[in-house]
Write a protein that binds this ligand. Structure first.
Ligand SMILES: Nc1ncnc2c1ncn2[C@@H]1O[C@H](COP(=O)(O)OP(=O)(O)OP(=O)(O)O)[C@@H](O)[C@H]1O
Length: 347
């Protein structure tokens, strides 16, 4: 009977039992030796299990990760050329303290006008200003160098230190009067902005496969975009977004965000398999609240009958939309000579 120890080969066991020279050994090679493969039989369950597990891991990596997840049999273009155009629409009326009403439409609250994604929802102040002299603290004229800017004082110093009252002197400052007050808005100016709509027209072009696609439906119905509203489940292909829905999808309530403004990132993701029908190639939208405050100032200028300049200064709080487009399109056929992936399939 031949007894095989844990890591002994069959040959070695046979050699050991008959006392013959081991082929390939120093003793074997000295004569007419020959070489052959040796098989090791390991009678150890743990080692056997580890061996099978390693084989499974390699197979799983190749089939699961390389072929199924990473689609290793396809070529991929992940650098689309993109174009995004936005239009904000909606109308609202505000009533000022003097009971005068003002009508706001897209031309008033969209900023920059119809290009970026921004909308005003609150107005802190609206001042009619003209250039005048204002004051800053000092003891003598040298404390007020001519032309030095007063960043938060809205002007530049004239070089004069003037009496403010019996105890204080101030630098004379040349700037727009009256100056802003620093109070915060107490309620959103355009509460109706919740129902305003944002139209996002996006086109992507994957040059590697000569494939381009837009998010707007090619339709002859002129009322389609005016009447549809995006819904992730019931209407995912409509590119018109209700502002209230976008804010809610970003996890915020419109009333809170509209008061001091905010910034929302809209991410458009094109992840299409060009080996499938391109009709199924639709973008996915996601909304993330990026910042809880957003405001900016704007002014319009005019002159009175004596040609004195005036300006209407507004500090506007609003919701800003930052739109980013990402995408990758895998295709089974490697491109040659910049021909389209689809053309390859049709051949
Ligand atoms: N924010 C929006 N909400 C709803 N519909 C919109 C919005 N922006 C544009 N649309 C509609 O989408 C369609 C395509 O807009 P596009 O800007 O290409 O055309 P337009 O004729 O210049 O639009 P407009 O009505 O502004 O004159 C139009 O029917 C337009 O009325």
């Amino acid at each position: 009977m031949i007894v095989i120890s844990s890591f002994e080969t069959l040959e070695q066991a046979a050699q050991r039992s008959c006392g013959c020279p081991i082929p390939g050994s120093v003793q074997g090679r000295a004569g007419w030796g020959f070489e052959t493969e040796k098989f090791a039989l390991t009678r150890n369950r743990r080692v056997g299990l580890l061996h099978r597990l390693l084989q499974l891991a390699v197979l799983g990596y190749l089939l699961g990760w390389v072929l199924v997840v990473r689609r290793g049999y396809q070529d991929t273009d992940a650098a689309p050329h993109v174009s995004v155009i936005t239009k904000l629409k909606g109308v609202s009326v505000t009533r000022a303290k003097d009971a005068r009403s003002r009508l706001w439409d897209a031309a008033d609250y969209a900023s920059p006008p119809q290009v970026g994604g921004g909308g005003v929802t609150a107005l802190l102040f609206c001042l009619s200003q003209s250039p005048s002299v204002l004051d800053g603290m000092c003891t003598e004229d040298v404390d007020c160098p001519v032309g030095s800017p007063v960043v938060h004082g809205n002007g530049i110093k004239t070089g004069k230190c003037v009496m403010f009252n019996t105890t204080h002197s101030t630098c004379e400052i040349y700037g727009w009067c009256p100056v802003e007050n620093n109070t915060l808005p107490r309620k959103p100016l355009l509460a109706e902005a919740e129902n305003f709509t944002l139209f996002i027209k996006n086109t992507v072009n994957f040059t590697k496969f000569n494939f381009s696609k837009g998010n707007t439906l090619q339709t002859n119905d002129p009322t389609y975009f005016k009447s549809c509203t995006y819904d992730p489940f019931f209407n995912p292909s409509c590119p018109v977004f209700r502002i209230g829905d976008v804010v809610e999808a970003a996890g915020e309530t419109f009333g809170d965000l509209a008061l001091l403004g905010g910034s929302i990132s809209i991410r458009i993701e094109w992840d299409c398999d060009l080996d499938q029908s391109t009709a199924q190639c639709q973008p996915q939208y996601s909304f993330i609240l990026v910042d809880r405050r957003y405001n900016f100032r704007t002014a319009s200028y005019y002159w009175d009958s004596q040609r004195r300049p005036y300006r209407s200064l507004m500090k506007l709080y609003g919701i800003r939309f930052d739109i980013s487009v990402h995408g990758q399109v895998p295709c089974r056929w490697k491109t040659l000579h910049a021909q389209s992936c689809l053309a390859f399939h049709q051949r």
